[in-house]
Design a protein around this ligand. Structure first.
Ligand code: PLP
Length: 356
């Protein structure tokens, strides 16, 4: 019997299929055990850590305006747990990462959804609708995701600033977990935290840098977040190895630029391929995943077919996105493999229908 186990391809959680830069692996050859056995002493230089210091330099902001966390997930949870108490209102995009609602529920916050709507070839934020709801509800916290998961759309920086000029009295979290795939320019970060003291901009090393396993995210904060800084402060520092790996990634921009260019070109081609298939519709994206609407009749059978072939994509099951797949952009080979599997499935289904 052939005991060789076929590798499962996971295209369901938007992890990088290219992996991190080579320099990140070099860090793992630890030649000084003190990096493992001792806490860092970065605080003696008046900073939280080597990584927060590096990020502050890269973005041209004071180090005190940066906090690290155990991934974007951790920072989102910390922020919501810090600011939301039972009965406080929290605005969340209608289609968004399920986790936002979960952390609001953990604190018994009152969730107010605001609209992301389907357009011709992409989803978009209904800015007027959002601002009307803000004025009416006066929430304590507003969550914005750009690019948004799972719809893939983003708010352009000018629109974002226009929105922030109107939302002065709430904490605003902007989740930019996926931003680097279509945006090389970080200059808005400094402007935004200078102009908007209420803002928290969350980023992660998990997606673009291919480092989901090291669990590092960070947040750039406007000046109104002394309470959150205290809430989040870690006296004994952070994971030194993870920090060094993250710094190695920041030093490897050539590798990531090349990956980005490849992925953007592949994504455009992929969307075209899906849109040529009858009954399928793929939406424009600014992230490393695409949302694809499929004929509802094939959903269960397609899921079974792909799973049996060790191909895992995300079959959405939420209101309004019930007939949709969210597919992580993989390598060219993986993208082709998935597309061919779906085509084979369709051919098989049509043939069966003709026979029976
Ligand atoms: C929109 C969004 N924000 C944040 C995260 C958190 O990622 P991490 O905790 O790995 O930084 C994810 C992960 O899938 C995500 O989809």
């Amino acid at each position: 019997m052939n005991k060789e186990k076929k590798q499962v391809i996971y295209l369901d959680r938007n992890e990088s299929q290219y992996g991190p830069a080579l320099a990140c692996f070099e860090v793992l050859k630890v030649d000084n055990f003190k990096n493992l056995s001792e806490y860092s002493r970065d605080f003696s230089r008046g900073v939280k850590s080597a990584l927060s210091e590096r990020l502050a330099n890269d973005f041209g902001v004071p180090e005190k305006n940066i906090l690290l966390g155990y991934g974007g997930e951790d920072i989102l949870k910390q922020a919501v747990h810090c600011y939301i108490n039972k009965g406080d209102k929290i605005m969340i995009p209608s289609y968004s990462w399920w986790y936002y609602k979960k952390i609001a529920d953990e604190k018994e916050g009152v969730k107010i959804e605001y609209p992301i709507v389907e357009g011709e070839d992409s989803f978009y934020y209904d800015i007027d609708g959002m601002l009307k709801i803000y004025e009416k509800e006066k929430p304590k916290l507003v969550l914005i995701s750009s690019p948004n998961n799972p719809t893939g759309n983003r708010l352009e920086i000018d629109d974002l600033k226009m929105v922030l000029r109107k939302i002065k009295d709430a904490v605003v979290i902007i989740d930019e977990a996926y931003t680097l795939f279509y945006n090389k320019d970080n200059s808005h970060l400094k402007d935004m935290i200078n102009e908007f003291p209420n803002v928290l901009i969350i980023r992660t090393f998990s997606k673009y840098y291919g480092l989901a396993g090291i669990r590092i995210g960070f947040v750039l904060m406007g000046d109104n977040h002394a309470e959150f800084s205290l809430f989040s402060a870690r006296y004994l520092g952070y994971n030194r190895l993870s920090e060094q790996i993250a710094i190695a990634a920041l030093d490897s921009s050539d590798y990531y630029d090349e990956m980005r260019d490849k992925m953007v070109a592949d994504t455009e081609a992929y969307i075209k391929d899906f849109n040529q298939m009858e009954g399928f519709k793929a939406y424009k994206t600014y992230a490393n995943f695409i949302l694809v609407k499929i004929p509802v009749a094939i959903k269960d059978d397609l899921k079974k077919y792909l799973t049996e072939r060790n191909m895992i994509v995300k079959f959405m099951a939420e209101d309004g996105l019930f007939n949709h797949l969210r597919i992580t952009i993989g390598t060219q080979e993986q993208n082709r493999l998935l597309l061919n599997m779906i085509k084979s499935f369709l051919t098989k289904t049509i043939t069966n229908e003709l026979v029976h």
